[in-house]
Design a protein around this ligand. Structure first.
Ligand code: WT7
Length: 645
C-alpha cells in the first residue's frame, strides 16, 4: 500500500504551540505522571475553589470516574465572565444565517447579557441546580444562550437535534424528566422550514410532565401557544435583568446529557460533568486547532451533536475565541456556500465532516475555485473515517495544498478529541487520525481482549481515563458499565475497529458493533429495526450498514412482511416514510429488501455477517452457512439483493 505523507509545513512548525519534540515530551509526561500533568493543565480554567485532588478513576467494579473532584467552578463563568475584562468588545460568536444576506456578530459583553437574561427566564420558572432542560433549537445564537444559561445556573441541558421526530424528542424528555423546554417557532435550513414548536407540542402530548416551554421567534411562522405553559422568549426577556450570578458547581456536578445510539435498546443519555470536561474541551481546542488570539474559527456541526457542544461552544468560548455558528447547509443556495462564508468572515480554521466533503467533491472543483479561501490556515475532519481520495481533494482543492488537515477521532462518550494530529507536530497520512492526544492511552486488542503490539489490527480500547470522559449513562449506571467496560474488563471499549501502522499511527476502520455511521451520525441498527416492526405490515426486520459514496454508510433493511401482505414499491416508500416520521430523517433506510426469511442459526440468532455481505454485494464468500436453520433463505436473499453492482 502506498501511503502519501505530508510533512509539517515549516511555517506551521514555527507558529504552533506544539512541535514534534514538544509533543513527544508532553505526551510522555502525561502518561508517566497524569496527576502532575493534569494538575498543571487543570489551571487553564478559573476555579472558585481550587482543586486539591486531580485524578481518581477506576475502570473496574462499579466504574468510578472523578477528576478535580474537590474543585468548584462554573462553565459559563469560564466561557464568558472571565473574558469581560479584556474582551468585552471582542466578537464571541459570528452567526451566519441560512440566507446569505443574514448574519450578525455577538460580542462577549452581549453574550453575557443574553445568557444572563435567558438564565433569569429559567430561574423565574423555578429551574434550579440539577434540573434538566431540553433544548430543541435551530442553529441560532439563542441555542448557545440557552446552553450557557443552563450552565450558569447549574441546570443540566439535554440538547436534542432539530432533525429528530416528536417521538424521539418525547423519549428523550421522558428519560431525563425535563420540565422545561427551550425551542423556536420554526427552524430554517436550506430554505426549508422545520416545525420545531409543533414537534414540541406533539412530543409533550406524548411525554407529559413539561411545565414550561420557552419559544424563540425565528421565522415568525404561525404556532400555537399554550397560555399557561408557553412563553415567547422576546417577551420574557423584556422583564428580566442582564445580571445573573454564576452557580458554584462542583467539578463533578453534571453539565449536560446528550443522547446517543448504541448497539442495543433505546438511546443512552451520555452524562458529562463540569470541571474535567471543560479542561479537556478547551485544551484540545487550543492545541488541535492551534488556536491563537484573533483567529476566526468555524466548526460546521450542529449544536445537537457533541461536536457542537465541545467545538462550537464550550472549547472555543473557554479559550476566548471567535467561533462561527452556521444555520444553513453546505449546498444552499449553491455548492459554494461554505467557501463563500469562509471569505465573508475571513475564517482561518475550518472543521467539518467527511460526508460534506464527499458531497461537495462530487459537485466538482469549480464552486470551490471561484472563491479565494486565502484566510484559511487549517482544515479539520470529524465524525467518520475520511477516505484518502476525499482527504486529498480537501487538501488540494479546498486548502490549496497549504493547510494541514487534522483528522480528529473521538466520540460523544469521550467529550473531546482523543486521537488526532497536531498541526505543528504531526506528519499527516491521508485517512489516519494519527496519534493520541496528551493523556490518552489507546490499546488495540484481539477478540479475547489480548493487547496486540506493533503494527496490527483489532478493536480499539482506551486503558486509562482522561478528564473529558463521560461519567455515566444518565439514570442507568449499570448500563454504562455493561456497555463500555464489560467487553474487555478494566478497559474502555470504543466500539471501533482500528489498525496501527509501523509508525504507531492509528487508522480507525469503523464500528465493530451494530452501530452504523450515516453521514457522521450514529444510528443503532436495533433502533431502526424496532421502528420498522412497529409498522403493522412488518413481521420482522434486520438492518445493516453498507458502503455509501457520500454518506459513508447507508442503511440497508431486510424486511419480512406479515402473512398475506404483498411487497410493492408503494409499501417500500411507506416504510421509509414511517421510519422518517418515527425517528427522524437521518434514520430513513436507503434500501429495503423484502425477504420471506432471514438467515438464522438454529437457536434463532440472525446472522448479520451474511446480511452485511449481501448488502455489500459481496456474496461470493458468505463463509460457513451450514449452521443456518434453513440455508435456502440465502439464495432468495442473494437473488433479490438491492445493491447489484
Ligand atoms: C463514532 C462516534 C466525535 C464527534 C462526532 C461523532 C466515528 C468519529 C472519526 C474519525 C474515523 C470517526 C467512530 C466513533 N468517528 N470521528 N476522525 N475517523 N471515525 O460522534 O456520534 O459519538 O460517533 O464516530 O466510529 O466511534 P459520535
Amino acid at each position: 500500500m502506498s501511503e502519501a505523507v505530508h510533512e509539517v509545513p515549516a511555517a506551521w512548525a514555527k507558529r504552533a504551540y506544539i512541535d514534534d519534540a514538544k509533543y513527544q515530551a508532553m505526551y510522555q509526561r502525561s502518561i508517566d505522571d497524569p496527576n502532575g500533568f493534569w494538575a498543571e493543565h487543570g489551571q487553564r480554567i478559573h476555579w472558585m475553589t481550587p482543586f486539591t485532588k486531580v485524578k481518581n478513576t477506576d475502570y473496574n467494579g462499579d466504574v468510578s470516574i472523578k477528576w478535580f473532584e474537590d474543585g468548584v467552578t462554573n462553565v459559563a463563568y469560564n466561557c464568558i465572565d472571565r473574558h469581560l475584562k479584556n474582551r468585552a468588545d471582542q466578537v464571541a460568536i459570528i452567526w451566519e444565517g441560512d440566507d446569505p444576506s443574514e448574519s450578525k456578530k455577538i460580542t462577549y459583553q452581549e453574550l453575557h447579557d443574553e445568557v444572563c437574561r435567558m438564565a433569569n427566564i429559567l430561574r423565574l420558572r423555578n429551574v434550579e441546580k440539577g434540573d434538566r432542560v431540553t433544548i430543541y433549537m435551530p442553529m441560532i445564537p439563542e441555542a448557545a444562550y440557552a446552553m450557557l444559561a443552563c450552565a450558569r445556573i447549574g441546570a443540566i441541558h439535554s440538547v436534542v437535534f432539530g432533525g429528530f421526530s416528536p417521538d424521539s424528542l418525547a423519549q428523550r424528555i421522558t428519560d431525563c424528566e425535563s420540565k422545561c423546554i427551550i425551542t423556536a417557532d420554526e427552524g430554517l435550513r436550506g430554505g426549508r422550514k422545520v416545525p420545531l414548536k409543533a414537534n414540541v407540542d406533539a412530543a409533550i402530548a406524548k411525554s407529559g410532565g413539561v411545565d414550561h416551554v420557552i419559544v424563540v421567534r425565528r421565522t415568525g411562522g404561525a404556532v400555537e401557544m399554550d397560555p399557561v405553559r408557553d412563553v415567547w422568549y422576546h417577551e420574557a426577556a423584556d422583564v428580566v435583568t442582564a445580571e445573573c450570578p454564576c452557580a458554584e458547581m462542583n467539578a463533578e456536578d453534571p453539565l449536560f446529557i446528550l443522547y446517543t445510539s448504541g448497539s442495543t435498546g433505546k438511546p443512552k443519555g451520555v452524562l458529562h460533568t463540569t470541571g474535567g470536561y471543560l479542561v479537556f474541551a478547551s485544551m484540545t481546542h487550543q492545541y488541535v486547532f492551534d488556536y491563537h488570539d484573533g483567529d476566526i474559527y468555524w466548526c460546521t456541526a450542529d449544536v445537537g451533536w457533541v461536536t457542537g457542544h465541545s467545538y462550537i461552544l464550550y472549547g472555543p468560548l473557554a479559550n476566548g475565541a471567535t467561533t462561527l455558528m452556521f444555520e444553513g447547509v453546505p449546498n444552499y443556495p449553491t455548492n459554494s456556500r461554505f467557501w463563500e462564508v469562509i471569505d465573508k468572515h475571513k475564517v482561518n480554521t475550518f472543521y467539518t465532516a467527511p460526508t460534506a466533503i464527499r458531497a461537495l467533491m462530487q459537485a466538482g472543483d469549480e464552486p470551490v475555485k471561484k472563491t479565494s479561501r486565502a484566510s484559511l490556515r487549517l482544515l479539520g475532519s470529524v465524525g467518520e473515517p475520511i477516505n484518502p481520495e476525499a482527504w486529498e481533494w480537501y487538501y488540494r482543492v479546498v486548502g490549496d495544498n497549504r493547510c494541514p488537515i487534522v483528522d480528529t477521532w473521538w466520540q460523544t462518550e469521550t467529550g473531546g478529541i482523543l486521537i488526532t494530529p497536531l498541526p505543528g507536530a504531526t506528519k499527516l497520512k491521508p485517512g489516519s487520525a494519527t496519534r493520541p492526544f496528551f493523556g490518552v492511552k489507546p490499546q488495540i486488542v484481539d477478540a479475547e481482549g489480548k493487547p496486540l503490539e506493533g503494527a496490527v489490527s483489532g478493536n480499539l480500547c482506551i486503558t486509562d481515563s482522561w478528564p473529558g470522559q463521560m461519567r455515566s449513562v444518565y439514570g442507568d449506571h449499570q448500563r454504562f458499565i455493561e456497555t463500555y467496560f464489560k467487553t474487555y474488563p478494566g478497559k474502555y471499549f470504543t466500539g471501533d475497529g482500528c489498525r496501527r501502522d509501523e509508525d504507531g499511527y492509528y487508522w480507525i476502520t469503523g464500528r465493530v458493533d451494530d452501530v452504523i455511521n450515516v453521514s457522521g451520525h450514529r444510528m443503532g441498527t436495533a433502533e431502526v429495526e424496532s421502528s420498522l416492526v412497529l409498522h403493522e405490515k412488518v413481521s420482522e426486520a434486520a438492518v445493516v450498514g453498507y458502503p455509501h459514496d457520500i454518506k459513508g454508510q447507508g442503511i440497508y433493511a431486510y424486511v419480512t412482511l406479515m402473512n398475506g401482505v404483498e411487497p410493492s414499491e408503494e409499501l417500500r416508500k411507506e416504510l421509509v416514510a414511517h421510519v422518517r416520521k418515527d425517528i427522524g430523517p437521518i434514520a430513513a433506510p436507503d434500501k429495503i429488501q423484502f425477504s420471506p426469511g432471514l438467515p438464522k442459526t438454529r437457536s434463532g440468532k440472525i446472522m448479520r455477517r451474511i446480511l452485511r455481505k449481501i448488502a455489500e454485494d459481496d456474496f461470493g464468500n458468505l463463509g460457513d452457512t451450514s449452521t443456518l436453520a434453513d440455508p435456502a433463505v440465502v439464495d432468495d436473499l442473494v437473488n433479490n439483493r438491492q445493491n447489484k453492482k
